[in-house]
Design a protein. Sequence first.
Length: 285
Amino acid sequence: MLLKYLTLSLVTLVKNSLTSGIVLEDFDTAFTNKFYHSHLDDMANINSSAVVAAASLIARSLYILASDNNDRHSSVLGAINVNTSLVEELMGCLLSCKPGLSCEMVKNYIAPANVCPSHYVGVVIGEPSFKPYLGYVDDVSRFVWNFLADRTSTPKENASSRCSKDCTNEDEVCIRAEINGKGVCVISTTSLNVADHRYVPAYSTRLMFESGTWNVLPPNSSDSMGSVDPVWTESNWNTIGLRVYTIQNGAYDHLILIGGITVTILAYFMIALARSFITKALKRD
């Protein structure tokens, strides 16, 4: 599929218009979800079989791209299927509070700080680094990284290579480092850069961290990404709301005004009469 037939979301990511690509989405022209941001927007309304089907499609597509094999009836291609029970277990761990991050799969990789998973993407708190302070990395991100690093790892000759933080070899990563005595070095393809923990800070190309503060850089014509997406920052992800206030008829407002003036005048006369009565009573005594 050529780029010119794809949606704008892919166009902004590549420079060569002849680059092949595919965009997967579950809607045609507009996103519709009657449960969105309601109390019914939970895991009960997520079809696990649809997730399995989508994952299988992506896996087979990646195999075709990697092997350059376009035979749709290949036995190898038909054998590529996603583990349904694994998908359901991951959904229970990552999309609900029961069991949530207290499930055995998550605890096998990290020591979660919370039970309920949070999908708030967060912001870059301090200076962007390829080796961030793990206290700033949320539970879901740490688990997903460990899980993918484990699943994409290749066997080592020395399978007993233990670790608590980093590995000695550059092509290795330390997984399960948060679990005492269970950290192990593996050779994994889950790598975003060559740094130790292999995290990549993501922020606008027009932002620079200098002297402990974020600064907005002036526009640069040579920055193709900056011209398309000049400056972006983290959304608060709040639900958009609307308050409507009704305005009474003008006659009603006039009636309230007249009523208020009348009550004020009557109160003045009542106070004057009461004062006069009390003064006369005191003189008689």
